[in-house]
Structure formats: structure tokens, C-alpha cells
Write a protein that binds this ligand. Structure first.
Ligand SMILES: C[S@@+](CC[C@H](N)C(=O)[O-])C[C@H]1O[C@@H](n2cnc3c(N)ncnc32)[C@H](O)[C@@H]1O
Length: 479
């Protein structure tokens, strides 16, 4: 990184103003490095950040508070990028696209400190200007200083009143700027959620919150009570809906617990647990011995299903197209109390015979619009065209599952997206051409979980259930 004075600073200095080397602040430097990796290399923040934090800790640069601040700066800046871009655009006299991406990253990091944290104004501006001097040079640091001074003249509400169109004029654009989501995502989420302004605002805000870390006590290997005791009841709470869930208190490091290291528990959103449980508990007639997870990687639901299958004398085949992800499934299932098998196979050209399985989960690849809380950059990277890319594969995998299940058996079609094009449209299309299958009501299988929709399928929501926005339709083969 460039920590030398830029050429603009080689001019003779005014007497009394000696050159001062910029201060390197390890927290801001690390946050900037992570943002650049996300932008330049299409990296995922949740994968880039942990090794950077580990390196800083090993070098002795960081304590736990520094790590928490760096994480907050990276995640907050990425989540609120849409809002911050609009504010920066209002403070400069050229189009935003003409600002170099590294400069924009320093600016947005500064705007987040000013408007999204309790860091005092002077500290937020001076830390950002010092960062700019180190990574951009003194010339561009002056630009950063000028922009952030303008931003600091108002608070977030004041800026939103200036830069967002009014709700009455354009509701979707208003929500997109205020809650920092692309407009097409606002529109799609609203179509799926239905209702008025309050619900969609709650949902969009929930996407901007850091999700709780939830553990699953893997069936047959341990119980939620045992995990609670092991983790310490002061550090965790029971799940809201799943009897296998344990919610960690803020800042809880799941990897530090023996119960997680040993694989008896794993990290798994409660919505994902509910999907696996509903499929496992769906009523079927006759034999119940052969279960398939047809899109198993990385193995969260498969590990649960394998444990539940073992408790009932059934066997799970966990199948995944990508060999390296099949490897992750094998790791998640290692230690399962009963028999299981993991294979790498394409669910659209399966190696199994028609009518083989009693229960099948098809948790298909999708846009992931239901898990935006976890992937702060995902909303900016996804394109509406991605839906078209997934559509044929989702239909083909569901058709394949309906062939692979025996008459009387059940298929669960799941997505971690609430987009109607990936949920109901797929199920409706596939069932339209299939007289031998019918939807069954999934709602009674989520006993006690309110507001899952009008059925027969179920849709979970971050703002209503504290889970990812998982979708599940249960389909019985009738002929
Ligand atoms: C949403 S993820 C499944 C998540 C998993 N059920 C869990 O709970 O951990 C979808 C998976 O389907 C896999 N996949 C994509 N195309 C596939 C295909 N044609 N056949 C089987 N698996 C496929 C992807 O590699 C990905 O791992």
C-alpha cells in the first residue's frame, strides 16, 4: 500500500508546517483491505474477514474490541452501501461512478463511522483522512476530508430526508435508499411478503441487522439442553422454534466450543432446522427407510436429517453435485449415530432408479435473497437476470425428485429465497404437468410457528421469525 507522500506533496511546504507521516490505524486499514477484496476479487466478506482478523491478532495488532470494531465497520459499510452512496453523491459535484472505487470505499467507511456508529465526529473524520493519506495519498485525502466534513453537517435522518425520494412519490425508491437495498430486491421482497409499508420496512431493516448465531444440537448426538449446559446458560438461550436450536449471546464464538469442534453441534439457522424437521415429520404411508438429500452441500440439513433418520431406522443418502462440497457434507455427517452415504452426483442426471426414496429434500440453488443478513455484499452483487439462470435448474431438480420418490412418499422443495419466481412459480409449473403429485399442507408441521403464510407451503421471514427467509413446499407423489 502507498504510505509515501503523493507527488502533490512534494511542493515546497509552508514554513512551520513540516511533513507529518500519516498514522496507520490497524482497524481502519484492515477494514479497507477487506472492502477492497470484496470489490476487486468478488470475495465474500464472511470468508475474507476471519483470516485477516486472525493475522492481526497473531501479530499483536488487535484485541477483541478491535476485532469487533473492524467487523462492524466492514459489515455495516457493505450493508448500508446504497444509502451511503446516495449521501456521498449529494456531496460531490461529479457522478459517483467517476469516483475511483478505493476512494469510495474510504468515503463509505467514513460515512458509516459518522452516521452509523457512535464514534465522535472529529474522530471519524480524522481517522478516515489518515486512512486516505496512507492508502490513497495526500491529494485524495483532501478530497475525502472535504466530503466527510459536508457529510458530518447532518445526521442520518437529516440526510435521508434530503436524498431519498418521498414515499408518496415513489415508495420502492424511497425504501431502496432509506433501507439500502437495490430497488428490484425491494420490489421482489414486497411482492412475496404482501401487505403495507410497515411489514416491508421491518423486513428490510431486519436484513440490515447482524443475525444471531444459532447452533443445532445434532439429533442422536446431543440435545439442546446438553448444549446449553456445555456452552453455559449465561452465554446462550434455547431456540425460539426448533427443539434442537441454541441461540448464542452476542459475540459468542461458535468455533471455540468443544461441542461444535466435535461435530455434535453445528452452526445452523433456525429456519434451516425447521425445513429439515418439517420434511422429516411429513406424514407418509408405508415404508419409511430410504431418505435422500439431493442438494446436500455444505451439509447443514443433511446432518440433521441423517440423525433423525438414524433414530427411526432409516438411512440418508446425501448427494451433492460439487465434489468439494460433497466433502463438506461428509465432514458434517461424520459421527452420525446411524448409517448414511455421501456421494457427488448431479441431481438432474441421477444415478438412482425412479421410485427409490420415501422422503426427499431438494434444497435447490437459488439467489439467496432470504439470507441477506449473513452476506452483506450479496444484495449488490445479485442481478435480476440471475433468476433466469436458476429457473431451469430448479424445475429440473424438482422434476427429478418427483421421479425419484416412491408413490406415497414426500418431496420437500426448499429455497433460501422468498422470491416468487424461485418458490411458488417453480412448484406451480412443475405440478401443472404432473397428475401424479399433490401439495400437502406444511403448516401443521411447524406447530407453534405463527405467520408462515396461507399455505399449503410455508414462508419464514427474518423480521417475523428471526430466521432466514426459507421457503418450503411439501409434495406427495400420488401416482
Ligand atoms: C442451497 S444449497 C444446499 C444447502 C444444504 N441443503 C444445507 O442445508 O447445507 C444448494 C446446493 O446444491 C448444489 N447443486 C447445484 N446444482 C446441483 C445439481 N445439479 N445437483 C445436485 N446438487 C446441485 C450446490 O452446489 C449447493 O451445494
Amino acid at each position: 500500500m502507498n504510505d509515501q507522500p503523493s507527488s502533490s506533496n512534494r511542493r515546497p511546504r509552508k514554513p512551520g508546517k513540516p511533513y507529518r507521516r500519516p498514522q496507520k490505524d490497524p482497524v481502519r486499514m484492515l477494514a479497507f483491505e477487506a472492502l477492497r477484496a470484496v470489490d476487486e476479487r468478488d470475495a465474500y466478506a464472511n470468508l475474507v474477514l476471519p483470516p485477516l482478523l486472525r493475522k492481526a491478532r497473531d501479530k499483536g495488532d488487535f484485541d477483541a474490541r478491535d476485532a469487533a470494531l473492524a467487523t462492524e465497520l466492514v459489515y455495516g459499510t457493505l450493508r448500508r452501501q446504497g444509502t451511503y452512496d446516495a449521501i456521498v453523491a449529494a456531496c460531490i459535484d461529479r457522478p459517483l461512478r467517476e469516483v475511483d472505487p478505493p476512494v469510495l470505499d474510504v468515503l463509505n467507511l467514513g460515512v458509516h463511522q459518522l452516521l452509523g456508529t457512535r464514534i465522535p465526529t472529529h474522530a471519524a473524520v480524522s481517522a478516515s483522512v489518515e486512512l486516505a493519506r496512507v492508502v490513497l495519498g495526500d491529494g485524495r485525502a483532501k478530497f475525502v476530508n472535504a466530503v466527510l466534513r459536508k457529510v458530518s453537517a447532518d445526521d442520518l435522518d437529516g440526510w435521508l430526508a434530503k436524498v431519498a425520494p418521498s414515499y408518496d412519490e415513489d415508495p420502492e425508491d424511497h425504501l431502496a435508499v432509506v433501507h439500502s437495498h437495490p430497488r428490484w430486491v425491494v420490489s421482489a421482497l414486497w411482492d412475496s411478503l404482501g401487505g403495507g409499508r410497515a411489514g416491508i420496512e421491518d423486513l428490510l431493516e431486519a436484513d440490515n441487522e447482524r443475525p444471531e448465531v444459532t447452533l443445532v444440537a445434532r439429533p442422536g448426538r446431543t440435545t439442546a439442553e446438553a448444549v446449553l449446559t456445555e456452552v453455559g446458560e449465561e452465554s446462550a438461550l434455547p431456540g425460539r422454534w426448533s427443539p434442537y436450536a441454541v441461540r448464542l449471546a452476542e459475540g459468542g464464538e461458535p468455533g471455540s466450543f468443544d461441542v461444535v469442534k466435535s461435530g455434535r453441534a453445528g452452526v445452523q439457522d433456525e429456519g434451516s432446522q425447521l425445513v429439515a424437521l418439517a420434511l422429516a415429520n411429513a406424514p407418509i404411508e408405508g415404508s419409511d427407510r430410504k431418505w435422500l438429500d439431493g442438494c446436500a452441500g455444505p451439509g447443514g440439513k443433511a446432518a440433521m436429517l441423517a440423525g433423525l433418520a438414524a433414530e427411526r431406522g432409516a438411512v440418508l443418502l446425501a448427494s451433492e453435485k460439487q465434489p468439494h462440497r460433497a466433502g463438506l457434507v461428509a465432514k458434517a455427517l461424520d459421527g452420525n449415530p446411524g448409517p448414511y452415504q455421501v456421494i457427488a452426483a448431479d441431481g438432474t442426471r441421477p444415478p438412482w432408479l425412479p421410485g427409490t426414496f420415501d422422503r426427499i429434500l431438494m434444497d435447490v440453488p437459488c439467489t439467496g435473497l432470504g439470507a441477506l443478513r449473513r452476506r452483506p455484499e450479496a444484495r449488490w452483487r445479485r442481478r435480476i437476470e440471475d433468476l433466469e439462470g436458476f429457473a431451469p435448474l430448479q424445475r429440473s431438480l424438482l422434476r427429478g425428485a418427483l421421479e425419484a420418490v416412491r408413490v406415497g412418499g414426500v418431496v420437500g422443495y426448499a429455497t433460501c429465497s422468498p422470491h416468487l419466481a424461485e418458490t411458488r412459480a417453480v412448484v406451480d409449473d412443475v405440478l401443472k404437468g404432473n397428475d401424479g403429485a399433490e401439495l400437502i399442507d406444511a403448516r401443521p408441521l411447524l406447530e407453534g410457528v405463527p405467520a408462515v403464510g396461507d399455505g399449503p407451503d410455508i414462508q419464514l421471514w427474518p423480521h417475523l421469525h428471526g430466521t432466514d427467509a426459507m421457503y418450503l413446499a411439501l409434495i406427495r407423489r400420488t401416482a
